[in-house]
Write a protein that binds this ligand. Structure first.
Ligand SMILES: [Zn+2]
Length: 384
């Protein structure tokens, strides 16, 4: 495949993706130019990973690094009288959906020649990037909030990456990582466009696993919005080849305690609006300053979906409900269940529609917080 190129919506420049680059020279976030699209005949049916969609990805070569990411289960469970499809992104190699984006981004960086990398993360992207960097032999440093769940910090350290715990807000962690640019390449999952090149495979998988049909609704726990943008890009790729007509409604799910997109949505704004945030058990989506707010809001509006902000007690109830169905996920992922309850009750989505709830991260990522929230005997026993 020819070398892919980036487009900068701010200064309208096109730039070849021929070297490690995390943003445009003007300072704006870059986007990938549209790829060739994907038709069902392009799928490598024997590959039980996201590499079954290699034809649609903007890489030059077959992957140098893979841990079997993608092709995660789509299981059906009853939820308040509706049959819901739960997409178990929690069953990725590192236990979160991030591996889709990371695997494609790291393979791109290897192709164009990268040295040591660093990144900031609430935890899951950090574990994912540390893991794939280790697999690719790339030195790696990860900046995380000092309050990140211990399991995520341990996961990063276990891969041999340097863990830099930063006190304060999630934004303070980002500032710390930005200050290190020059020492190593900033492999930011929120900035580097190949991350969304990877998350678009979620759209391909849902379409293929539903028998080459689109769902009506997709609910996605959303912090920065890389899954929303990935779904938008993936469905656009399927549209270009005539495989699909129309789009599913996309619902971004946020914790009400920290809901940048809900604030913008309520204000009818095209981009970021100031809002106040407080701590939430859904640490993975506690984003105070989403990088691509304009693009995410546009994708939600275009899809006819919206934003749902759920309270802490609704998240706890959803954790219980998911657990009772054999779906052990982290609180961040449980927000999708909470939103499901709300949207079904308010009849925004109908019981007869095809609805997917994306479960983004595994429960083993956050056992302490889950134990405290559910006040389980297991937790008390562990502490006593
Ligand atoms: Zn630019």
């Amino acid at each position: 495949m020819a070398i892919a190129s980036y487009h900068c919506p701010a200064c309208r420049r096109n730039i070849a993706a021929d070297r490690p680059r995390w943003r445009c020279e003007c300072g704006g976030p870059l986007e990938m130019e549209p790829g060739p699209g994907l038709s069902r005949h392009d799928i490598v049916a024997g590959a039980a990973s996201l590499w079954r969609y290699t034809a649609a990805l903007a890489l030059q070569h077959p992957p140098r690094v893979s841990l079997g990411e993608g092709w995660t289960p789509l299981v059906r469970r009853e939820w308040n009288g509706a049959a819901i499809h739960f997409k178990l992104e929690s069953q990725m190699p590192t236990g979160s959906f991030k591996d889709r984006g990371t695997a494609v981004m790291i393979n791109h960086l290897i192709e164009v020649g990268v040295g040591p990398i660093h990144e900031d993360s609430s935890g899951n992207a950090g574990s994912s990037i540390a893991t794939y960097a280790a697999a690719g032999g790339i030195p790696c440093r990860i900046y995380v909030p000092a309050t990140a769940p211990r399991a995520k910090l341990v996961q990063i350290a276990a891969c041999g990456a340097e863990v830099c715990a930063v006190p304060g807000t999630r934004q303070a962690v980002t500032e710390a990582a930005l200050a290190e640019i020059g020492r190593s390449f900033y492999a930011s999952h929120n900035w580097q466009p190949f991350f969304i090149e990877g998350t678009q495979t979620l759209a391909f998988e849902l379409w293929e696993q539903l028998g080459f049909r689109l769902p009506d609704n997709i609910l996605v726990p959303t912090g920065y919005g890389s899954n929303i943008l990935g779904l938008e890009r993936g469905f656009a790729a399927l549209e270009r080849t005539g495989e699909i007509i129309g789009r599913p409604r996309l619902f971004a799910v946020q914790a009400a305690n920290c809901a940048a997109f809900a604030a913008a949505w309520a204000a009818g704004a095209d981009g970021f609006v100031p809002f106040s945030a407080s701590p939430t058990i859904a640490d993975g989506i506690a984003t105070t300053r989403p990088v691509r707010a304009v693009q995410v809001l546009r994708a939600l509006r275009r899809s006819g979906g919206g934003v749902v902000a759920v309270a802490e007690d609704e998240i706890a109830a959803a954790l219980r409900g998911l657990g009772a169905r054999g779906l052990f996920v982290e609180p961040t992922a449980a927000t999708a269940g909470a939103a499901l309850t709300r949207l079904l009750r308010e009849r925004v989505i109908g019981a007869g529609e095809t609805t997917v709830a994306v479960l983004t991260g595994h429960g083993l990522k956050a056992t302490e917080a889950i134990g405290e929230t559910l006040n389980t005997g297991a937790d008390r026993g562990a502490r006593g």
